[in-house]
Design a protein around this ligand. Structure first.
Ligand SMILES: Cc1cc2nc3c(=O)[nH]c(=O)nc-3n(C[C@H](O)[C@H](O)[C@H](O)COP(=O)(O)O)c2cc1C
Length: 340
């Protein structure tokens, strides 16, 4: 795997800027918050860290010290990508300008989210049904900022890669600096395997970097995606919550051992309670620890045990008692928990 490590540690130019690693944290609503990012960073940084998606309409007026999602620590600022969702090019451009003025690494445009609350408004993956608008958003955002402009998108609404390939070229022409491609159709909520061969189609269609995304779990699957698709790098979502050290491990900066799960969970509890009110903290923690539970053979039974109780002290006790005895790690993470 040393060639994978060398590849992942090779800098990648993204428009006017460069990332120092070709493996990045994918955006995840409810999971990619400031506390989780800090835990990930402590184990070894990815090339960039995606924040939770932000409503473009809200971004210009957000207060980074009180916002639920538009918040960060100064130490991560230049490695942060803020993903925005919306449908009005001008609104998206204003949000991008605010993101740039804050000194964040770049802006990512959400064209992948398929939940009905987003798609019913014509945002997220719904934009793939309206290519003119999608391209116009990229062009208008591009004109508004000099920082990297990125698009994260899916296959579209049917199984062919034709739309994705066509859109990728048009996004490039409109000025996008990087594409993250998740080869699943929009209504598919991660239950069927992603079609990596479609990443190859997108990679071959454009000359800007394309990050492959979907079901990278470890060094072997990461190497396979890079090898099979020719992608410029890899975006990892759920496994970064299940194993927050995955970036450090892939880059050769951290070697996990049997204490890593307990250690990461206790760090996560500390960070969440540091950044959020006790009421919010408990909800945020319960969501994240589901992904940690997915690592274990009886993960579905461990999760209720890990989340029993209502306060920080109890969560710490649960984590020490349950993870301290080193439960058996499953050969592949529990897919049911990971798709929840
Ligand atoms: C809980 C959750 C929330 C997500 N939220 C977003 C989002 O806000 N924007 C987005 O582009 N993708 C979102 N995704 C999709 C991920 O970025 C990623 O494309 C998907 O999980 C596949 O990658 P993985 O197999 O590495 O997890 C989300 C995924 C999960 C599990």
């Amino acid at each position: 795997m040393s060639s994978l490590r060398t590849f992942l540690n090779t800098p990648l130019a993204v428009g006017s800027r460069t990332i120092d690693a070709r493996v990045v944290l994918a955006p995840m609503a409810g999971l990619g918050h400031v506390a989780m990012r800090q835990v990930i960073a402590d184990f070894g940084l990815p090339g960039f860290l995606s924040m939770e998606m932000c409503n473009a309409r809200a971004v210009p007026g957000e207060n980074r010290h009180t916002s639920a999602v538009f918040r960060w620590q100064d130490t991560e600022q230049d490695r942060l990508v803020c993903q925005i969702f919306g449908g009005d090019p001008q609104v998206m451009a204003l949000a991008a300008a605010r993101i740039e003025s804050e000194g964040l690494f770049g802006v990512d445009i959400n064209m992948g989210c398929s939940v009905s609350a987003i798609c019913s408004k014509g945002y997220g993956a719904a934009l793939l049904r309206d290519p003119e608008r999608a391209v116009n958003i990229v062009r208008t955002v591009r004109r508004a900022v000099r920082c990297p402009v990125m698009v994260k998108f899916r296959t579209g609404w049917d199984n062919s890669s034709a739309l994705a390939v066509d859109l990728a070229k048009r996004f490039e022409d409109a000025g996008a600096d990087l594409l993250t491609f998740h080869p699943r159709v929009a209504p598919d909520r991660r239950s069927r395997p992603p079609r990596w061969e479609q990443i190859t189609d997108v990679v071959q269609a454009v000359s800007i970097p394309v990050l492959g995304n979907g079901d990278v779990r470890d060094a072997a699957s990461c190497a396979r995606m890079v090898h099979e698709t020719g992608c410029a790098g890899v975006a990892i979502g759920r496994m970064a919550i299940a194993r927050p050290w995955i970036f450090g491990e892939l880059r050769g900066l951290y070697v996990p051992d049997e204490s890593s799960f307990e250690q990461a969970t206790l760090q996560l509890i500390a960070r969440i309670w540091e950044h959020f009110s006790p009421e919010r903290a408990i909800k945020i923690y319960k969501k994240a620890v589901l992904y940690i539970a997915a690592n274990f053979v009886f993960g579905h039974a461990l999760w209720p045990e890990l989340t029993r109780g209502h306060d920080r002290l109890r969560m710490e006790e649960n984590a020490r008692r349950i993870l301290g005895v080193r439960p058996q790690v499953a050969s592949t993470p529990n897919a049911f928990l990971l798709t929840s």
